[in-house]
Ligand binder design. Structure first.
Ligand SMILES: Cc1ncc(COP(=O)(O)O)c(C=O)c1O
Length: 459
């Protein structure tokens, strides 16, 4: 850390002092749990921060430090932490059994709510985003009787072999901009799965068309986040989305929208924003207010291919009553249109403040937003692709920003320079003002000469 400006080094030292208990917990945890975490994305150097509670818009770490939370469990908690309406429903459910081993009598209520809100015909429920993309892709293969899947460089769709390809390759592994490379996201990723994946460039229709032309009868599906949330927020053009729809129709390919994150960013998710209807759509994270629930959804003629003797889809915890009840109350009473509009209004206040404050301080930046979410890139250029991200994101500045905001009681995003912040229905005007005050304090520090370092790991 010796090459850091004094002011930034001071911030790191304050942070280490503030989070001493996390370090102690890490010492006890690491002999038992690799890297002290159960999801690689929660790992932090030199130790992860451990938390004990979340209430409303606030999060409390093991040292008792209070933070305004904009990570919101990687976008899960648009309802905020334990919304009172959700708590009431869940407490009642716990008294009556959280898993019944047969289908729960209320599954059709949640299915109807989703159908009305997200423009789909039929649904199946699972628990995590990972399961939802895995099952949607199997359904696409079963329906089309083809094998290959096109995904985009830099995109994350969950921790299963088919999607652990070219998620976050480093600059040397990422390949040509027009012809992104296919690389496993780490040791252990199945070579067989790798052989079925083709990699295109986000926002570049030509790169998709090239792969379709080369594999005219082999591609079952194209999967993408309609708005990227995993290379920071990147909103592609409407022409790109419309072009994808046209290409998929032309080649008989299933278009899959991964709305695991974006279904919680606008009232109707991202589909309505683009006016492009996918064949299948997966949703998760925000829709059950913090409980594990994912949805595989889409057109009737495709969804009907799930069933005994047809495309396999199963899971012991699928549609468990706890998650179903949580989903019903979250969608009908918590993430209402009015509440979602408020999250978007607050987000726009934050976006404007970030723009103004960083510009006034002379910090190179670019803020990209969608609905109630946004990313600040410390970059001289707008970021449109993972290649741009690797080239232009100033990772050193990002860390200084993250730590300095944490020291002022703000979790500004997930602890990842390719993430975004989200505003929940429980954030208040006062929270927004406190965040703006903190940024005002932090901005001059970011104008200092902070060393950058390039992303070296591929994960
Ligand atoms: C776009 C997207 N799809 C899928 C997933 C996987 O979801 P889960 O972590 O619930 O398995 C994620 C997780 O962050 C995601 O961001």
């Amino acid at each position: 850390m010796s090459s850091l400006p004094e002011t930034v080094e001071k911030e790191f030292n304050i942070f280490f002092k503030k989070t001493k208990t996390s370090k102690e917990i890490y010492e006890k945890t690491k002999p038992l749990i690799p890297f002290g975490v159960c999801s690689n994305y929660r790992s932090l150097e030199p130790y992860p921060i451990y938390f004990k509670a979340g209430r409303g818009s606030r999060l409390y770490d093991a040292d008792g430090n209070e933070y305004i939370d904009y990570n919101l469990a990687f976008g899960v908690l648009v309802a905020g932490h334990m919304h009172p309406k959700l708590t009431e429903v869940v407490e009642e459910r716990i008294k009556n059994g959280v898993i019944l081993g047969f289908e729960y009598e209320k599954i059709f209520i949640l299915a109807e709510l989703l159908k009305k809100r997200f423009n789909i015909d039929m649904v199946r429920f699972s628990s995590t985003g990972l399961e939802a993309t895995l099952h949607a892709l199997r359904l696409a293969r079963g329906y089309t009787q083809r094998n290959k899947i096109i995904k985009f460089l830099g995109m994350y769709h969950g921790s299963h072999d088919f999607m652990l390809v070219s998620t976050k390759p480093n600059i040397y592994a990422a390949g040509h901009v027009k012809r992104p490379a296919k690389v496993p996201s780490g040791p252990g990723v199945s070579k067989a799965a790798l052989s079925e994946i083709l990699i295109a460039q986000y926002g570049d229709l030509e790169s998709v068309e090239m792969l379709l032309r080369e594999n005219p009868d082999d591609v079952a599906a194209v999967i993408l986040e309609p708005v990227a949330m995993n290379i920071g927020v990147v909103v592609p053009s409407k022409e790109f989305m419309k072009g994808l729809r046209r290409l998929c129709d032309e080649y008989g390919v299933i278009l899959v929208f991964d709305e695991v994150k974006t279904s919680g960013k606008l009232y109707h998710g991202a589909e309505e924003f683009f006016g492009v209807k996918p064949d299948l759509k997966v949703m998760a994270k925000a829709i059950a207010g913090g409980f594990p629930l994912s949805v595989i959804a889409g057109k009737k003629e495709i969804m009907e291919n799930y069933g005994p003797g047809l495309v396999p889809h199963a899971g012991t915890f699928n549609s468990n009553p706890l998650s179903i009840d949580a989903g019903i109350v979250t969608l009908s009473e918590i993430l209402t249109r009015e509440a979602m509009d408020r999250t978007i209004k607050y987000n726009m206040e934050l976006v404007k403040a970030y723009e103004d404050i960083l510009s006034d301080a002379g910090v190179e930046h670019h803020v990209a937003y969608f609905g109630n979410s946004a990313t600040v890139f410390f970059s001289e250029k707008e970021i449109r692709t993972w290649h741009d991200f690797l080239r232009y994101q100033h990772v050193g500045k990002w860390w200084a920003y993250f730590v300095a905001m944490m020291n002022r009681g703000i979790v500004p995003t997930a602890p990842g320079y390719d993430e975004q912040w989200t505003v929940s229905v429980q954030h208040t005007e006062e929270d927004i003002q406190k965040t703006i005050d903190a940024l005002n304090d932090v901005a001059p520090l970011l104008a200092e000469k902070i060393p950058d370092f390039k992303i070296i790991e591929a994960f």
